[in-house]
Design a binder for this molecule. Sequence first.
Ligand code: FMN
Length: 258
Amino acid sequence: MNEVMDVLMKRKSVRAYEDRPISAEVRDAILQATLRAPTAGNMMLYSIVDVTDQQVKDRLAVSCDNQPFIARAPMVWLFVADYQRWYDYFLASGVEAMCAQKDMSMRKPAEGDLFLACCDALIAAQNAVIAAEAFGVGSCYIGDIMEQYEVHRELFDLPQYAFPICLLVFGYPTQQQKDRELTSRFDEKFIVFENRYHRLEAQEFGEMFAEREGLRAKGRNADGSANVGQATYLRKFNADFTQEMTRSVQLMLQEWLK
Ligand SMILES: Cc1cc2nc3c(=O)[nH]c(=O)nc-3n(C[C@H](O)[C@H](O)[C@H](O)COP(=O)(O)O)c2cc1C
């Protein structure tokens, strides 16, 4: 297999790190690869906040649904879907006056712009993940950065058109993390379709979830759930953190669309 494929196929999320800093050289190489990611219209509709302040890491470890490993990561990057920079540039470039001259109203960043900026930010983040992996540096996405918008807005001084879409934590994996098996994926026939979407039927779910049901049967099901569907509904879909994420994202959206 070629080296890029090897990196892609062996990557796993890493949540426990050696007490070893990431050198400036490696950090910079990861950053350069990140900034080379494809970007809509070559506009780079994202910003990266390199969180180096231990106090801020400590706060994130709490505000992102109490995940203490965030505070122990040697490198923590916040990816912000960012239209503020371009909107400010439009204003600085006299776009308002140009629009008035042309008898048009100047539009503000709206839903489509936000989604495009989120795409840009996440695609850049994934470049960072893969570049890090190529240097033996593990990483983990923290989706919970979308929670507690008020807290994160203040913590990072985020203006109206800056949406914190993901947090990435990086570090050299401990031996236990290196030894850990890869997580499984669903069979591609349930995920990849030809030409048109295929909505799964009830009987297909049995096959799709067979492996996960097997793993589940080995564990304790203290939540009283009868299958993976019920367990996932309780543990993820209807969990407190998910409800908080929805509340927080609604607030972020209100701010963006004001
Ligand atoms: C958008 C997104 C958000 C995630 N958020 C978290 C998180 O908050 N905490 C965490 O420990 N892992 C998080 N993960 C990592 C996933 O749990 C992990 O990718 C998944 O279990 C598959 O494992 P693997 O990456 O080792 O293959 C997130 C992954 C993605 C893509």
